[in-house]
Every structure is written in structure tokens, then in C-alpha cells.
Design a protein around this ligand. Structure first.
Ligand code: 1HN
Length: 377
């Protein structure tokens, strides 16, 4: 029994009013006055504990890749704006979310293609899945991108993407907070007046300036609400994780978990979206916990499975899966010889700022969930 079940048993007095002809007539009168009786909706709008409409889902790359590639023949980036296949959670179709208030999609671009510049009040990121020659330009800063690199296009920045003529077809995951921004009714969107922006700085200058571990440039100031480091490369990230994994006590839930940070503040990379990479050593079997906030994972390396709300989801490189808010989850690396790495992004900066972050370890069953013998619904 969780502490919430115990709490529920102790508490009386939830709404329990039976309909009568007079009450039904009364409700109609209230409705005409654009009002309602709280006791008819109280149990729904005040759940005992977070109740996500999102369901755990895995999107396997081997199922999706061919369909993503097919879109290249069907639409151009000019026509489509962005050539993206988005991930739709069956419980969140109404807001086009992959989980909770987070959007995700797979974007594909061929060598020589480029998409026009725009900006919006949503914060966005991309995680490169395959291909060479991809680049993103953010407010005049051009960044070259390779597999497992992570790039930010923070809210309000002009951004555009392309693949060099000499490159190969590229696919990356886009992650955005669009559903959240729309829920808050704060969405703005603009196309760049010249359709493209001039590159105003040396290529990859943000990495030269802000990318040195533990060092901050003296003469450059930064006071925007997002990281000035727009690109986090895979090699130094992986090296940092391996180093951390040998030196630290293991986090029982997440193995060696590190957060991409704003080098100026040490905080999350953007105001509404955080991102992390974790390394699960060979044979790692994590314990189950749950927390508020939604998370989308992308497998950067290795093979394993996660148990989410009692269902097992087997994953391998480039698969994407989601953990809805307050869902139990535990991760396992099935290899006895190789480590596994999970990239993830989340809305935890929002939960933290609003003082809505709660976390709980599974106490029962030595910290592991019973696993359903059925496939996930
Ligand atoms: C966007 O700006 C991109 O910049 C991708 O590539 C997907 C989905 C909705 C709104 C903006 C991009 C997007 C998006």
C-alpha cells in the first residue's frame, strides 16, 4: 500500500451526491448561468494523485525509419515547412503530444536541402539519430552536427536547419514544449523576413566559447534565460559519463545520470525543457521510482528494457519511449559486456519552478515492479 492509498483510507468526505429530479433541474439552471456545482466535478478535477492521460509508448526506430524516409519522396521542406513525422501518444491526440505536454517528431533532410528560418515562443531541441553533414543555425551561430549530438533552439531564437551537399540523409529527433506553451496560450510563431539568416560568427563558436568543462570566458557576458552553449557533442558527453560512472556511488534508479547544463547558471539548458544523458553499466538493473513531470527517452547506445507501470518495453539504439508523469519506471541494461546510454528530455524545469516536483521510490518487492505477462496496451 502506498502512502497515498493509506491517505485515501483515512479521508472521508469526497463528493458523493446522488442525482434527484430536483438536482438535475438545478444543474440545468446553473449551466444556463455558466456555472456548475463543484461536487459534480470535484473527484475528477482533484485526483488523489497525479493521473496522466498519457500512456507509456515505445516508438521503435526499425518500424519508423522507412516511413520517415518515404516522406522525402512525398513532400519538400519548402512545401511542408518542416518535414517531420510526429510521435502521437494515444492519450494525447487532442494536443499532438508524445507525452504530457511534450511534443516529439522525427525530421529528415537530404543533402543539399535546407528549411527556412523561423522563431517561436516554444523551446526546442534536437538529438541527431543518423547521417552526416547536418547543421543548425541559431541566431547566426552555425553548428555542425553528428550522431548523438544534442542541439538547442531556445524560445525566441531564429533557427534553421540543413544538410551540406557532401553529407548523407540525416534524421534527428525534434523535442519541443509546444503542447505546454499552447496550454498556457502563449504561442507565437514568425518566419524570418529574409527566409534565411546570415551566419554571423565562426562555425561552432559557441562550443569554442562555452564548451570547456568547468571554465567560463572572462569577457563574454550572458543573461538570457537559456544556455549560451547551443550544442553538446556526443564524445565529451560519453567521456564524462564513463568518468562519472567509475567514480560515483551508483544511483539505484538511474545509474550514472548527468544533466546537460547551462554553463553560466549550472541549471537546466532552457527555461521549460531539461535534458539528460545516463549510462547504465553492463548488467545494470535499476530500481523503480516515480516522479511528477514527463520524460521522453531516446536510446543513444546499447540494448535493454524498461518497465513502465508494470509493462516491459524492450529497446535498442535509436528507439524512443516515454514515461508519463507519476508512472513507475525502472531501466535495465541486458548486456553483460557493453554499457547502455539513454538520452532524455523533460519538463522538469517547469515542475521545479512551480514547486510541483514530487518523487517516490517503490518500497514493495525489493523496489521492483511486478511485470505483466501481457504486451503493453
Ligand atoms: C520546429 O521549429 C521544428 O525547427 C521542428 O525543425 C518541428 C514542430 C512544431 C513547431 C515548430 C524545427 C516543429 C517546429
Amino acid at each position: 500500500m502506498t502512502k497515498y492509498d493509506a491517505f485515501r483510507e483515512e479521508v472521508e468526505g469526497r463528493a458523493n451526491v446522488e442525482d434527484s429530479p430536483e438536482l438535475i433541474a438545478y444543474y440545468r439552471e446553473l449551466e444556463r448561468l455558466k456555472t456548475g456545482a463543484l461536487w459534480t466535478v470535484a473527484n475528477k478535477i482533484e485526483p488523489w494523485q497525479p493521473k496522466s492521460d498519457s500512456v507509456p509508448v515505445i516508438w521503435r526506430y526499425r518500424d519508423l525509419r522507412e516511413h520517415v524516409m518515404r516522406s522525402v519522396r512525398l513532400v519538400t521542406p519548402e512545401r511542408a515547412g518542416r518535414r517531420v513525422i510526429f510521435l502521437e501518444n494515444p492519450g494525447r491526440r487532442d494536443v499532438s503530444a508524445a507525452v504530457g505536454w511534450l511534443y516529439s517528431g522525427l525530421q529528415v533532410m537530404h543533402p543539399g536541402e535546407l528549411a527556412s528560418a523561423h522563431r517561436h515562443s516554444s523551446s526546442a531541441l534536437r538529438f541527431i539519430m543518423e547521417g552526416t553533414g547536418a547543421y543548425t543555425i541559431v541566431d547566426g551561430h552555425k553548428m555542425t552536427l553528428g550522431a548523438n549530438d544534442f542541439v538547442l533552439t531556445p524560445n525566441g531564437t531564429w533557427h534553421e536547419h540543413g544538410v551540406e551537399e557532401t553529407g548523407t540523409p540525416c534524421i534527428w529527433q525534434d523535442g519541443l514544449d509546444i503542447p505546454l506553451v499552447n496550454a498556457l496560450e502563449a504561442g507565437f510563431y514568425a518566419v524570418h523576413p529574409d527566409l534565411h539568416q546570415a551566419v554571423g560568427f565562426p562555425v561552432d563558436d559557441c562550443v569554442s566559447m562555452w564548451g570547456a568543462a568547468g571554465l567560463r570566458p572572462h569577457l563574454v557576458s550572458w543573461n538570457k534565460p537559456y544556455s549560451p552553449l547551443f550544442k553538446y557533442q556526443w564524445e565529451p558527453t560519453y567521456a564524462a559519463l564513463k568518468m562519472y560512472a567509475t567514480e560515483s556511488d551508483e544511483n539505484p534508479f538511474d545509474g550514472a545520470l548527468m544533466h546537460y547544463t547551462n554553463p553560466v547558471s549550472g541549471g537546466h539548458v532552457m527555461a521549460t525543457v531539461g535534458a539528460s544523458m545516463q549510462l547504465l553499466r553492463p548488467g545494470f538493473r535499476g530500481k523503480a521510482h516515480r516522479h511528477t513531470g514527463s520524460v521522453l527517452y531516446q536510446v543513444a547506445k546499447g540494448e535493454g528494457y524498461s518497465i513502465i507501470n508494470g509493462y516491459r518495453f524492450d529497446w535498442r539504439e535509436r528507439d524512443i519511449f516515454c514515461v508519463p508523469s507519476w508512472a513507475w519506471h525502472e531501466h535495465v541494461n541486458i548486456s553483460a559486456t557493453d554499457d547502455a546510454c539513454l538520452f532524455s528530455f523533460n519538463d522538469l524545469p517547469v515542475m521545479e519552478k512551480l514547486a510541483l516536483f514530487y518523487e517516490e521510490a517503490l518500497a514493495d518487492n525489493a523496489g521492483h515492479q511486478p511485470v505483466s505477462s501481457e504486451a503493453a496496451p
